[in-house]
Design a protein around this ligand. Sequence first.
Ligand code: NAD
Length: 429
Amino acid sequence: MTDVEELVADEGRLEWDTPLFRTALAQFEQAIPYADVNESIAERLRYPERSVMVAVPVRRDEGHVEVFPAYRVQHSSVLGPTKGGIRYDPHVSLGECAALAVWMTWKCSLLRLPYGGAKGGVRCDPRALSPAELQRLTRRYTSELMGVIGPQEDIPAPDMATNEQTMAWIMDTYSMQVGYAVPEIVTGKPVALGGSLFRHEATGAGVVMVIERACQRLGWNFPGQRCVVQGFGNVGGIAAQELASKDAAVLGVSDISGGIYSEAGLDLGAVRAWVAAHGTLEDYPDVQHVTNSELLELPCDILVLAALEGQVTGENAPRIDAQLVVEGANGPTTIEGDAILAERSILVLPDVLTNAGGVTVSYFEWVQDLGRLFWTRDEIRARLAEKLADAFDRVWALSEEKGISLRQAALVAGINEVAGALKARGIYP
Ligand code: NAD
């Protein structure tokens, strides 16, 4: 057994035991000695409160029926409804959803949003499904979850391979079942249905707000920083665009097909236009093409991980050639990778802080829907910048005060908020 396995091995948690859930628990154990939490509360926080597994039958366009396993995990409801994305991906599992739900709890409490964490997903290959099949899948998955989601219970949002349209289908299915329009059941929906301005850009823009704040603290000049971004979807695509718009040099980007690199910097407008036309970065002209693993090792100042989990590992961390690693995705650095980056004095901006822009504007969307009163884009952007700066400053100060990593500090800040609420409420009945 490795140290990590020993740290989290417990037969009581076998149901959720996957590499990602171990990572989430190991991070929790690394933070707990610095948090203000007694052991009985810590033990409650090691378990998700509720885990739901459903089978989703979908009639394929050719006529036959296929069944997809699907999940929804709610980690903590002590501070309010649970909140978290829904992903469609071939690797979705109960343990993956549980890990992502745990991180959502720390993210929400770190940002002082009145939510706990949740995550859900359907194990499928979304690229192999037609829009009509995706709609049937989404509507049946929503129907299966009717008893556990709700505007005061659990509020879904987009994640990998789900988007505004997916949220619109969920909102419609839920609303048809209860008999009236319930926009506040999901966030990240189209503005026409009560979605928020700036939600689409919020995670990527928030990533860059956090990078800018870190550069200020480190005494770095933000313009001119050489950046590489893995992932060119909602988070990575927007983050790359924001970096370029603020005069950082984006040298490399990637999607599932691989990466593109230019030492002179990429023309992001042209790259976006290519992806809009071709759906992929593959065959983009006049640049160097690299694999995703080569992209991670390109020399740069700032490496933004905005694709998926488990990208920087014990194997490749010794070769990462960046000064700052930025977690736009959830869980992109393994425990072993994290330890090696720390040894090499490469600073990591942790996911629960760095990609919290999405859930923060989701919270703004929910508040606007509940109040039926909508805010301007500038107001939303300014409120987001304020929330992220406040969280960043608290994390930085805690990290200096206790001599711990930014990740440990972010988790300690989040855990303390949840633990305080659990202590005050006690155990029912
Ligand atoms: P997305 O589906 O819009 O984009 C994902 C990107 O990663 C795409 O460019 C895809 O081609 C690429 N990708 C997929 N598999 C890959 C692989 N095996 N290797 C390399 N690249 C691959 O998803 P997103 O919403 O941008 O989410 C990305 C990450 O950010 C996820 O970890 C998600 O949980 C996290 N996140 C998203 C949000 C949000 O608001 N969308 C908020 C917080 C965190």
